[in-house]
Design a protein around this ligand. Structure first.
Ligand SMILES: [Zn+2]
Length: 675
């Protein structure tokens, strides 16, 4: 066997042999892996032995081993280093993999075995984790349509295949719009921009093979441009291009795709007997019902909107004082907000930035993981899939824990945003398997030889994704079905958002936020001003987020909208969206909701998790030490190592002893009414 994806991976840490893998290897590897998985599943379903946990559930756990190995490599590369060949294969694979997944969940003989086990569960002598895995398998099959009649099952399979095609197209259109747009900046257009923005604009030009400077729609470039450029005309052009992603007409327009996706989701939910897709989607989550989601979002909306409107009035006055007449527009907000931050908090993003070198922040995240959980990180010199990606071995007490890969810089071949995924998940079934975890970000790449500097926001993103990575790396379960981040969607952001809190610990900043050139620690006064401004502009941030979450919820409740853009406008008008703020993600580029099912009727999850992360960090405060070893051990035992081994409420209760209210969140965002 010569295909490097299929032969045993015998190199260091059994990593994929990246250097040997060519794009042409993927298609035949998927053929073999799919055939193998099909054969395994057929053998499990048709065996004559009566259903047992080992010959059915455990066998299913191992049935797609090769497929998940090949898929692990391919889908990571398709997201972080797309090429035309990879994009074409992804379009071809999406419906075929969806069809295979339907084939498995619609296999009647297989479902009968699972159902028989479920009915007999109390007499099977299962341990708690096994009982949980059986319950989740059955739930997955039922929710996939296994209990439907023949006609229903066939229609369900068609819907899933079509959805896979549509969501792949949605993602690729968005990447194309992001890749295609750039604005050349003449020397005069660079006025007012801090060095780091100028450097990033030069690097962006270089990447496009151009002289001089260009502005792109990469968040790490367009956001600081909107913050600092005094040129209202250019801010407006950049902003309008940024929010038009996916809505530019022509072949890459996502609006019709969004409408079709919503329609198919509704049909899928109704086939299964649910009133709406939101009812279907929320049932296994902590929130359970659309009403409970709306209750939380609207609880926060009122104070957030009040704060944002008050802020808008201040910013508009500053703009008028600046000699610009008329209304404050969305392309003005960040610019005047930055000026106001400088005035009120004496805090200048450009002054801060040298203290947030990428390597220092990676070191800070590692150091927090060491102090909390005893993890050690050793750089590895191994060939990876891209020269910008770096790897570390993670150990504890000398034992191997995981391989961690960091792929931090923006490039044209990478989709936007930041995420954590795995090349391999932790499990113990069939022998101990340790995970290979990757954090992917889109930080601006520095010029050759210069240090990479992050914004405060970027540094938070790095900590956020590293929190997800810890959830994967510390996972300690037998079955990969419940490994690591395989938890309720509205619980999965708890470890990541919780970890962000350590970036705000004064001693962490004192130790790690050192000047990239001089090595000097951040002056205490600057640090204090930074921390005092932690809730600055949270009205804006909360409003733009909530608007997206409420539109997502409205899309999936009741009948699917024929014209999602019209419904988007209705929702925004209904909640009284402030004039100068737009949704964080408008429908045509709302990848969370349309690039897959993950966050559909689920964008609220960040806020649901935030209710918990604010309360969870209080546990360390109450102990009087952000690194309190007992609280850290409890966090690892009850949450970070536990994966989906219990319902999320039970995991949280075990850690904290109570369920939180919304007050710590409002306090954390500075949205509590002054007493
Ligand atoms: Zn996250």
């Amino acid at each position: 066997m010569t295909n490097p994806l299929l032969k045993p991976w015998t190199g260091a840490f059994a990593l994929p042999p990246f250097a040997e893998i060519a794009d042409a290897d993927f298609a035949p590897a998927f053929e073999t892996a799919l055939a193998e998985a099909r054969a395994h599943v057929a053998a499990i379903a048709s065996q004559s032995a009566p259903p047992g946990f080992a010959n059915t559930i455990e066998a299913l756990e191992l049935a797609e081993e090769t497929l998940s190995r090949v898929g692990g490599v391919f889908f990571n590369l398709a997201g972080s280093d797309a090429t035309p060949a990879r994009e074409a294969l992804q379009r071809d694979l999406a419906p075929r993999l969806a069809a295979f997944s339907s084939e498995v969940t619609m296999n009647t003989a297989l479902f009968e075995r699972i159902e028989a086990l479920w009915q007999a569960r109390d007499g099977l002598g299962l341990d708690r984790e096994q009982a949980r895995v059986l319950e989740l398998y059955r739930r997955m099959f039922v929710r996939a349509g296994a209990a439907l009649d023949d006609g229903g099952r066939a229609r369900m399979a068609q819907i899933k295949e079509r959805l896979a095609v549509l969501s792949t197209a949605f993602t690729q259109n968005l990447l194309a719009d992001e890749r295609d747009w750039f604005l050349p900046l003449a020397p005069a257009d660079l006025e007012g921009l801090p060095d780091f923005v100028v450097v990033a604009a030069r690097a962006a030009a270089e990447e496009r093979g151009r002289e001089g400077h260009v502005l792109t729609l990469s968040r790490s470039l367009v956001v600081p441009f909107l913050q600092f450029s005094p040129r209202r005309d250019l801010r407006r052009r950049a902003y309008q291009a940024w929010v038009a992603r996916g809505a530019n007409g022509g072949a890459t327009d996502n609006r019709a795709l969004a409408a079709e996706i919503l329609k198919l989701r509704e049909e899928r939910a109704r086939l299964l007997g649910y009133a709406s897709f939101a009812d279907f989607k929320l049932e296994p989550e902590m929130a359970k019902t659309p009403a409970r989601v709306r209750e939380l979002l609207m609880r926060v909306w009122a104070p957030a909107r009040r704060t944002a409107e008050a802020d808008a009035a201040v910013l508009e006055t500053m703009m008028h004082d600046d000699g610009v007449n008329g209304d404050l527009e969305p392309w003005d907000w960040r610019y005047y907000s930055e000026k106001r931050r400088l005035l009120e908090h004496d805090l200048d993003e450009a002054e801060l930035k040298p203290y947030f070198a990428l390597d220092a922040m990676i070191g800070a995240a590692f150091d927090c993981a060491r102090r909390l959980f005893g993890l050690e990180f050793r750089p590895l010199d191994l060939p990876l899939y891209h020269p910008d990606a770096r790897a570390w071995e993670v150990t504890r007490g000398g034992s191997h824990v995981a391989v961690f890969i960091g792929d931090y810089f923006a490039r044209g071949s990478k989709r936007s945003g930041a995420w954590c995924s795995t090349f391999r998940e932790q499990r113990r079934l069939g022998g101990e398997v340790r995970p290979v975890v990757v954090n992917v970000c889109n930080f601006a790449k520095p010029a050759q030889g210069a240090p990479a500097l992050l914004s405060w926001d970027d540094a938070r993103t790095l900590f956020h994704e590293f929190g997800h990575a810890l959830h994967q790396m510390l996972s300690d379960v037998t079955y990969s079905f419940i490994s690591g981040t395989a938890v309720a969607r509205d619980f999965v952001e708890l470890p990541s958002q919780l970890f962000e809190h350590w970036l705000e610990v004064a001693e962490v900043l004192d130790t790690h936020a050192r000047h990239a050139v001089t090595g000097a620690a951040m002056p205490a006064s600057l640090r204090d001003r930074l921390l005092a401004a932690a809730t600055y502009d949270q009205g804006f941030a909360t409003v733009e987020y909530l608007a997206s979450a409420l539109v997502d919820l409205a899309f999936h409740e009741g009948a699917a909208p024929a014209d999602p853009m019209a419904v988007q406008e209705e929702v925004l008008a209904g909640i009284g969206m402030p004039q100068a703020i737009r949704m964080r993600h408008a429908t045509p580029h709302f990848a969370h909701v349309f690039a897959g099912d993950g966050y559909s009727a689920g964008y609220y999850s960040y806020m649901w998790s935030e209710v918990m992360d604010a309360d969870a960090f209080e546990a360390f405060r109450e102990a009087g030490d952000p690194f309190d070893p007992d609280v850290a051990a409890r966090l690892e035992r009850c949450i970070l190592s536990a994966g989906g081994s219990q319902e999320a409420d039970a995991l949280y209760l075990a850690f904290r002893g109570h369920m939180p209210g919304v007050e710590p969140l409002l306090k954390g965002r500075g949205l509590l009414e002054p007493a």
